[in-house]
Design a protein around this ligand. Structure first.
Ligand code: HEC
Length: 182
């Protein structure tokens, strides 16, 4: 029986089509992965800036704090980039408030740039020491544990000034992804 074979031009065409389909599938997967990462980063940023609230309490307290008090940016962002400033007062009030504003401006200028450390990928990757404990760096799981329990990677409890968060795995992974992008 004669063997049925495709003419070489057809075979080349099939091969090209197959390659094209594979390339499209690959590009689609890469795009979906990029999109997922982008959405995760956006969620992390929104939590950090307080646009998405994660329920949180003071250590050893049952009552939930208001979302404005729990956004990470309050304490871990440079004051200069934090949108906390109230709009400029009208000019007549400005005269009256002028002296007060000058005092406030001087106080702000002499205050430290952030209340707690400015969190970013470099800081989290670098081992740090707290109260004589071993030097430790962060990973996603360690960040999640710290947020929920206040226990740092060296098993030392951090200051009660920082709220304790009921963050889900997804929220905490998103925060980690965002902090890695800073
Ligand atoms: C009210 C202020 C405040 C808020 C809000 C806050 N933190 Fe903190 N955070 C602190 C303070 C203060 C420390 C240092 C505690 C210590 O050294 O004992 C700290 C420490 C940390 C550390 C460990 C850094 C270190 O010094 O070892 C991480 C990580 C962290 N915070 C992440 C977050 C994230 C993420 C959020 C938001 C979900 C957040 N924090 C919200 C005040 C805050």
């Amino acid at each position: 029986m004669p063997e049925r074979r495709l003419p070489p031009t057809r075979r080349a065409l099939f091969a090209a089509l197959l390659l094209l389909l594979l390339a499209l599938a690959g590009a689609g997967a890469a795009y979906r992965a990029w999109q997922a990462r982008h959405q995760q980063n956006a969620l992390g940023r929104a939590i950090f800036q307080g646009e998405v609230a994660v329920p949180a309490r003071l250590a050893r307290h049952a009552v939930a704090l208001p979302p404005l008090a729990t956004r990470c940016a309050n304490c871990h962002e440079d004051r200069a980039v934090l949108p906390l400033a109230s709009p400029a007062p009208p000019s007549s009030a400005a005269t009256i408030l002028g002296a007060g504003a000058a005092v406030a401006a001087r106080a702000a200028a002499s205050a430290p740039a952030t209340f707690a450390v400015r969190l970013d990928a470099a800081w989290l990757a670098e081992p740090h020491v707290r109260r004589g404990g071993p030097a430790v760096a962060y990973d996603a799981a360690r960040l999640c544990r710290l947020l929920r329990s206040g226990i740092d990677p060296a098993n030392i409890v951090i200051s009660p000034t920082m709220p304790r968060y009921d963050s889900t795995d997804a929220q905490c992974q998103a925060l980690w992804a965002y902090l890695q992008s800073r």
